[in-house]
Design a protein around this ligand. Structure first.
Ligand code: NAD
Ligand code: UFG
Length: 345
């Protein structure tokens, strides 16, 4: 396989990062993973190696620890750039532990940027979120929609990180930075060798569904059936994690080929299609043959009613388009859950 160059991936043992590492390695890049394993397991590297045929170089490091990070980036200063996934991501936990979220998500980015600029690493891709749009006035939401006040400390860290990146680029500290605003990533690699590893009771819909189907959770609650949507349940733009991984590679190639029109760019990464909670449940039932027991309960505080992406910008400029269907998302999430249940037995 041709070596297209070296890329550093922070949080590369995590859910989205691991799928991105697989995609990059299959495309011929050499990947260096930095992760402190605070929300992942070392065994993920075995899954990555089994799928892609390559075990990435791995450094267990907290990126907030500047001296440790410095030694690693010095060693890999020949890398083209960094894809930065490492962060805490649980919305509810961020409300209870705001300082930990600001320390890790802002502290991690600042430590990374400072060290990158010291070693002349001047290209970065950042994991942002559609949470920056709140409940948009117009749907589908484009990148021109205003950023709304954040609903949680987690959401605020994404907004502040994007502002930090814009300021750093304006000061010419970096040559190219791209923020990808993910909608709702779900699913797993079709091999079922890597996937999402939620800690404790899942907050997100798809992992709760698969755990309920596996008998690990008793009752699936649908948070709100009285929204102003066709079936009364909230609508999101669910995107297969493998499609999301490909978006990172295409964004990276835009930086490598120096195709940017401005040093800081940002893109919506979704499918462009919205699905309600009940439609996700139906998709799961269709692909698994399992009937789920669920109950419609009160709305969950902080949830927006409906949001899905206008993906024209990413389609036209990055040349990227999500290809996988909601059924493929549900089927791959279920295959991964079943594999995990077998490995626990
Ligand atoms: P994840 O928790 O599975 O992966 C994050 C990884 O980063 C983990 O392996 C964790 O151990 C590592 N990490 C955290 N803090 C670190 C630190 N200080 N030093 C080194 N490693 C550290 O999460 P994910 O779902 O893969 O999310 C990846 C990124 O995408 C995050 O920035 C998240 O905020 C963002 N994002 C996720 C979603 C989603 O729904 N999953 C949506 C929008 C944005
Ligand atoms: N839901 C249920 N029951 C559950 C879990 C979720 O009905 O057990 C519903 C939620 O109320 C919501 C929908 O399913 O209507 C999707 O909820 P998720 O928690 O899966 O996803 P969110 O859209 O709330 O949050 C996701 C990411 C956040 C990110 C946000 C941006 O998890 O990191 O998108 O909108 F900030």
């Amino acid at each position: 396989m041709s070596d297209k160059g070296k890329i550093i991936v922070t949080g590369g043992a995590g859910y989205i990062g691991s799928h991105c590492v697989v995609d990059l390695q299959l495309a011929g890049y050499t990947v260096i993973v930095l992760d402190d394993l605070s929300n992942s397991e070392i065994g993920v590297l075995d899954g990555i190696a089994a799928i892609s045929g390559v075990r990435p170089v791995f450094h267990q490091v907290d990126i907030c620890e500047r001296s440790a990070l410095r030694a690693i980036l010095k060693e890999h200063r020949d890398a083209f750039g960094v894809i930065h996934f490492a962060a805490f991501k649980a919305v509810g936990e961020s409300v209870e532990k705001p300082l930990a979220y600001y320390a890790n998500n802002l502290g991690g980015l600042l430590s990374l940027l400072d060290t990158m600029s010291e070693f002349g690493l001047d290209n970065l891709i950042f994991s942002s979120s559609c949470t920056v749009y709140g409940q948009p006035a117009e749907l589908p939401v484009t990148e021109n929609a205003p950023v709304q006040p954040a609903q949680s400390p987690y959401g605020n860290t994404k907004q502040i990180c994007e502002e930090i990146l814009q300021d750093a680029v304006a000061a010419n500290l970096f040559r190219g930075v791209i923020s990808l605003r993910y909608f709702n990533p779900v699913g797993a690699d079709p091999s079922a060798l890597i996937g999402e590893l939620p800690l404790g009771i899942p907050n997100n819909l798809m992992p709760f569904i698969t755990q309920a189907a596996a008998g690990l959770r008793t009752e699936l609650k649908v948070f709100g059936g009285d929204y102003n949507t066709p079936d009364g349940t909230p609508i999101r733009d669910y995107i297969h994690v493998s499609d999301l991984a490909e978006a990172h590679r295409l964004a990276l190639e835009r930086l490598i080929n120096k195709e940017q029109s401005s040093a800081y760019e940002y893109y919506n990464i979704g499918t462009g299609r919205g699905s309600s909670v009940l439609e996700v449940i139906q998709a799961f039932e269709r692909v698994s043959g399992i009937r789920l027991k669920y109950k419609i309960v009160d709305r969950r505080p902080g949830d927006v009613e409906q949001v899905w992406a206008d993906t024209t910008k990413a389609n036209e400029i990055l040349g990227w388009k999500a290809r996988r269907t909601l059924d493929e998302m549900a089927a791959s999430a279920w295959a991964w859950e079943k594999k995990r249940v077998e490995s626990r037995e």
